[in-house]
Design a protein around this ligand. Structure first.
Ligand SMILES: NC(=O)c1ccc[n+]([C@@H]2O[C@H](COP(=O)([O-])OP(=O)(O)OC[C@H]3O[C@@H](n4cnc5c(N)ncnc54)[C@H](O)[C@@H]3O)[C@@H](O)[C@H]2O)c1
Length: 270
């Protein structure tokens, strides 16, 4: 890939927890392409993960923020612009968590306090990030915001639980805010609908291994890797995709457009 696609661009990358995280790989690739950024995660995650290693490797600063707290986000956006020396060009929202999934509560039995938390952390936080950015006029014209999502927003995957509802909300917020931020300041907002990936969030879903293998065989190109997802994020942060906005972009090896594959059919012919 060409180098320095993001030379001179500044941003915030939310959600790197460990080396498996999608955001971790995005940070490495953005750094390779000349972009500078602040890494952010929830204060509790900063204590659990090894984000300092990534910060060192990419010469970046860590600023903690609970993405559900507008106050934390205000502080983050102000401090990030100070640290980086100007307005931002890209933001990665790579955040997801469901207490119902964590505690194995079935979808039909949802605990509503947990459900609210799922929606707040995994969906509404994108709205809060964008609202704070807009209020501070923190993103340059043609800036790009990308959030990670999953096809359970459109189709049922029973064990994805209330995260499916949160992802529908997330994708809708990207579209709605994409209109307003686009007309206001030419800021672009998209979601990437990624293949199942072996990360902390991914493998928290019940039966994930079997599902990962199923998706692999249902995708003409196979599951898209986390590295490939990071490349796609870089392309969306770059000036090569300036007119892409308000889209939910499938990055899934063709899974979303496939009814059945020969390899899966063959299993039913045995
Ligand atoms: N892994 C998959 O199979 C897969 C597939 C499609 C989409 N996604 C999405 O990709 C994104 C990143 O997940 P991942 O797979 O890299 O797993 P991950 O567990 O490494 O990342 C999730 C991140 O969300 C952060 N987070 C949770 N609550 C937060 C809060 N209140 N404030 C700020 N940050 C908070 C976590 O600390 C963690 O860093 C998520 O939106 C996830 O739903 C994952």
């Amino acid at each position: 890939m060409a180098k320095e696609l993001l030379q001179g661009k500044r941003g915030i990358i939310f959600g790197a927890l460990n080396e498996q995280s999608i955001a971790w790989k995005v940070a490495e690739k953005v750094h390779e392409q000349g972009g500078t950024f602040v890494l952010s995660n929830a204060p509790i995650a900063l204590r659990m993960g090894n984000l300092h290693q990534l910060a060192e490797q990419t010469s970046s600063t860590i600023i903690g923020a609970d993405a559900t707290s507008v106050e934390d986000l205000q502080n983050l956006f102000t401090s990030a612009q100070e640290k980086l020396g100007g307005k931002l060009d890209f933001v990665l929202h790579s955040i997801g968590m469901s207490p119902n999934v964590r505690k194995n509560v079935a979808y039909t039995q949802s605990n509503y306090d947990y459900y609210q938390k799922t929606l707040d952390i995994s969906g509404i936080s994108l709205h809060k990030v964008l609202k704070v950015a807009m209020e501070q006029d923190a993103i340059n014209e043609w800036g790009s915001v990308v959030a990670l999502t999953y096809i359970a927003a459109q189709r049922i995957f029973p064990d994805y639980n209330d995260m499916a509802d949160a992802k529908s909300l997330l994708e809708s917020i990207a579209r709605s805010f994409g209109y307003h931020y686009g007309t206001h300041k030419k800021v672009r907002i998209n979601t990437i609908s990624q293949s199942p990936s072996m990360t902390t969030a991914g493998s928290g879903i019940k039966g994930f291994d079997a599902f990962f293998n199923y998706a692999e065989q249902m995708s003409p190109l196979g599951n898209a890797s986390v590295e490939a997802c990071a490349d796609y994020c870089v392309s969306l942060f770059s000036d090569l995709t300036r007119y892409v906005t308000m889209q939910n972009l499938f990055h899934d090896g063709g899974f979303s457009a496939t009814g059945v594959t020969k390899v899966v059919m063959d299993k039913f012919m045995e």
